[in-house]
Design a protein around this ligand. Structure first.
Ligand SMILES: C=C(O[C@H]1C=CC=C(C(=O)O)[C@@H]1O)C(=O)O
Ligand SMILES: [Mg+2]
Length: 451
């Protein structure tokens, strides 16, 4: 059976089952219809669809991939804080049906007190209308229909199924002809900011602030964001890959190495990822750079502050928390990081909203103490972070995962904005930290230049 036959016959079976469902009574909250599929190239399939939102997620180690299209529920949360609405959503849908396959995919912004990016909100979560989840050779097509406005929702489900198209190869990676590049903060402003943070009076109370820069590229020939994500993932196969396209003109993609947390029942896995150097050209140069990173005081301090903070935040919510004593090296395409695994066994009843509040943003993207560092960023950094350094992933009843949305790019008509941040601590040197920002952009800039 060809791939297309397989997909189209699964869709046809879902259409039949949907009509059978329409003859019965509405469910209490939500029904999910599931059909098995043969493996298919999910990103290419997603890119070829016409319904929105489009969401892609690829986990880091187990390699689970998800492509989602349309929304059975779409919550754009603009209020500050958005937590109360999120609480309702979480309680009504996920906790009420603990055994279902249901997941809410989405993200929360870096700082709810900064203005939100248009269309992304302080948080936005979607219960997809159609989802394909693929892990190993197992692939499942899932259709969700909710009980609210049952007949309308059935009609909307029919309509989305009717739009589904086969996979087609991703559009080729044409280089972006950049007509203008701008950076915020500028190099001069960066110098001032680093001096302010490293001032002994300031650093005595605020030992770490992660400062970031946005790099805007204007171009009339931007490549397809899904193609960029695909290429980015090939270069960093151990990183997460995800993208949110809530409307055709706006896409946020990330190829992030960083996990905020993964929760399986009451088992939580997280990490301290902070401290950076470049890769070497030869193996011995690469090893020497890794060794120097492990021995470096400034970078160890960056990582240690993250580890301590995560442990502190988790301990009231956990029966047990433990971190690796010494960091190891995580190698990416152009850079390497200090990395420490952290595990916790959660107390009974601890939920994901508590975990998000406790962990996000970590001092790998915010700073320490959290409130003072975020205040500094909000007032001085000079651009709106939006979902950059936010938390993206999915909420499930028993299985939740969020990544920290660094190494990310926002596509808008005629423009792509790239983001990079660096942890500023007492021994930080403005030149070196600026170079670190550039190093963090090397991979994605290479892709955009068609290299
Ligand atoms: C904030 C970013 O990276 C963080 C994660 C790893 C290493 C970092 C560092 O060494 O400064 C940052 O804390 C970013 O890439 O935008
Ligand atoms: Mg650093």
């Amino acid at each position: 059976m060809t791939q297309q036959n397989n997909l189209s016959s699964a869709i046809a079976r879902l259409q039949l089952r949907l009509e059978q469902l329409a003859l019965g009574n509405p469910p209490e909250r939500c029904v999910q219809l599931v059909e098995n599929l043969e493996e298919l190239p999910l990103l290419a399939w997603l890119a070829n669809q016409t319904a929105y939102p489009k969401i892609y997620w690829r986990g880091r180690r187990d390699g689970e991939q998800v492509a989602a299209i349309g929304a059975a529920k779409d919550y754009l949360l603009e209020e500050i804080p958005a937590t109360e609405k999120l609480d309702q959503l979480y309680n009504n849908y996920l906790r009420a049906t603990p055994d279902s396959l249901m997941r809410l995919y989405g993200g929360v912004s870096f700082d709810p007190e900064q203005p939100a990016w248009q269309g992304y909100g302080q948080a936005r979560f979607v219960l997809p209308r159609v989802e394909i989840r693929q892990i190993g050779e197992q692939s499942r097509l899932i259709l969700s229909v909710t009980a609210d406005d049952w007949n309308d929702d059935l009609a909307a489900a029919r309509a989305t199924l009717a739009t589904l198209l086969p996979a087609k190869p991703l559009p080729p990676l044409a280089p972006a002809h950049v007509i203008n590049r701008s950076e915020l903060p500028s190099r001069g402003r960066w110098q001032d900011l680093i001096e302010q943070v490293t001032n002994p009076n300031f650093i005595a109370n605020t030992p770490k602030v992660v400062l970031a820069r946005e790099t805007q590229l204007h171009s009339n020939t931007l490549p397809n964001p899904w193609t960029v994500l695909h290429s980015w993932g090939l270069l960093n196969p151990t990183s997460y890959q995800y993208g949110f396209q809530f409307s055709p003109e706006q896409t946020f993609i990330s190829c992030s190495p960083e996990r905020l947390y993964q929760r399986l029942g009451r088992e939580l896995s997280t990490e301290a990822l902070a401290g950076t150097t470049i890769r070497g050209f030869t193996d011995s140069e690469d090893d020497a750079l890794a060794q120097a990173l492990l021995n470096d005081g400034k970078n160890s301090h960056e990582n240690q502050l993250v580890r301590e903070h995560i442990e502190q935040q988790l301990s009231p919510l956990s029966e047990y928390v433990g971190a690796e004593e010494s960091p190891s090296i995580l190698k990416l395409n152009h850079i390497q990081h200090l990395h420490r695994n952290i595990r916790a066994e959660l107390k009974a009843g601890v939920n994901d909203l508590q975990l998000l509040q406790a962990l996000h943003p970590t001092p790998a993207v915010g700073g320490l103490p959290r409130a003072a560092a975020m205040n500094f960023i909000r007032q001085r950094e000079g651009f709106e972070r939006g979902w950059y350094a936010g938390a993206c992933g999915y909420l499930g009843a028993n299985d939740t995962e969020f990544s920290v949305a660094i190494r990310s790019a926002r596509f808008q008509p005629g423009q792509v904005t790239l983001f990079a941040g660096a942890g500023i601590v007492s021994d930080s040197i403005a030149d070196d930290e600026w170079q670190e920002l550039n190093n963090k952009l090397t991979t994605v800039l290479g892709i955009l230049n068609g290299l």
